[in-house]
Design a protein around this ligand. Structure first.
Ligand code: PLP
Length: 400
């Protein structure tokens, strides 16, 4: 029979996908399920970007490109880093891959030997630990308190570092918590890293353009030039430009690392899609003003979701600085019983109950390594969100 390789033995199918599949099956049976689980903007890819892709097809940009990005896209990425982040990366310090996910995969595959440790603050995007494990590394998960805004503290980082630590992986704004690190939040962590010269810093800036209330986004390579030669700055067009299906992510980092990552990519995908890359050039070089309007639309939805969650007895929700997720505590409903007499003991019991009773699909904190919480993605139409929140409130009121 079939025998999977040991490297994937401990990596299961993501809980997020499992819940999504169950919710989709219920929907097919005719139940009015609202899915608040998707990690993608509900906006469309901008028209100028679509046009650029069509033009690329027409002019015959339909062949293999340079291994880790076309010169045009690498130039657009380097200019983006300079213009928006104040970081200078030369063209050979820039890499492009099939989504930020492949950037992460290339980076870990290129640097991790068996037993090497990667420090990951929780709650975290599940793929981080799964990719580290597939590469033979050991994810070191550090729970981050809601009181500290779900951010890693310097003393926690200091304690977690060992001789085997290869990377620390930070994600701001965060999926799933929406928490972001200001310059003041980053400073003490960067000071710790300055002392430990064997530890490298990977930052996932994917949600950079989705921040609220004047939050000033910053990235460590700009804040601490002394760390730049051991920092990988990851970003992509998926979330900012509503381009999840185009599969283009990029990163800036030291030349040696970028070269090693290209070795992995050359044997995995050869290069990212030529058409996707042409579209990404236009996304980065074209007009950026539409981002403000999209941000404002997300902010309104965030405020509505946070207010409605906090009005529900048993739930509390911190106001996130960015991304399009809320990460609310359901500690106040644990120990209660459903109308059918079932005890709610964990956040997964609660989200199962919401799916069955309220027909609303959300993801339990346990899927992101921190309980008892649940994540709502509010990248959904406002009316649907209001209905979902009403149903959650009614379902909570039925708990005794
Ligand atoms: N990083 C974070 C924090 C994400 O949430 C996601 C997607 O959900 C990604 C990276 C992957 O993005 P891409 O579509 O570029 O692979």
């Amino acid at each position: 029979g079939f025998r999977p390789a040991s490297r994937i033995a401990s990596v299961g199918v993501s809980k997020i996908l499992q819940i999504g599949a169950r919710a989709a099956a219920m929907k097919r049976e005719g139940l009015p399920v609202i899915i608040l689980g998707a990690g993608e903007p509900d906006f469309d890819t901008p028209d100028n970007v679509k046009q650029a892709a069509k033009a690329a097809i027409d002019r015959g940009d339909t062949k293999y490109t340079g291994l880790d990005g076309t010169p045009e896209l690498k130039k657009a990425v380097a200019e983006k880093f300079r213009r928006e982040n104040g970081v200078d990366y030369a063209l050979d310090e820039v890499t492009v891959a099939t989504g930020a996910k492949q950037i992460l995969f290339n980076a870990f595959m290129a640097t991790i030997d068996a037993g090497d440790e990667v420090i990951i603050p929780t709650p975290y995007w599940t793929s981080y630990s799964d990719i580290v494990e597939i590469c033979g590394g050991v994810p070191v998960l550090i729970p981050c308190d809601e009181e500290n805004g779900f951010r890693l503290r310097a003393d926690q980082l200091e304690q977690a570092i060992t001789a085997k630590t290869r990377w620390v992986l930070l994600n701001s704004p965060s999926n799933p918590s929406g928490a972001a690190y200001s310059e003041a939040d980053y400073r003490p962590l960067l000071d710790v890293l300055l002392k430990h010269r064997h530890v490298w810093l990977m930052v996932d800036d994917m949600y950079e353009h989705i921040v609220y209330d004047g939050f000033r986004f910053v990235t460590p390579a700009a804040l601490e030039p002394r760390l730049k030669d051991r920092t990988l700055t990851i970003n992509g067009v998926s979330k900012a430009y509503a381009m999840t299906g185009w599969r283009i992510g990029y990163a800036g980092g030291p030349k040696t690392l970028i070269k090693a990552m290209a070795v992995i990519q050359s044997q995995a995908t050869s290069c990212p899609s030529s058409i996707g890359q042409a579209a990404a050039v236009e996304a980065l070089n074209g007009p950026q003003d539409f981002l403000t309007g999209r941000q404002e639309s997300f902010r309104k939805r965030r405020d509505m979701v946070v207010a409605r969650l906090n009005a529900i007895d048993g739930l509390t929700c911190r106001t996130p600085e960015g991304a399009f997720y809320t990460f609310a505590s359901c500690a106040g409903v644990l120990g209660k019983r459903t109308p059918a007499g079932k005890a709610i003991e964990t956040d997964a019991d609660f989200t199962d109950y919401l799916l069955e009773q309220a027909h609303v699909a959300v993801v339990p904190g346990s899927a992101f390594g921190l309980s008892p919480y649940f994540r709502i993605s509010y990248a959904t139409g406002e009316q649907e969100l209001i209905t979902a929140l009403q149903r959650i409130a009614e379902a909570c009121a039925k708990l005794t």
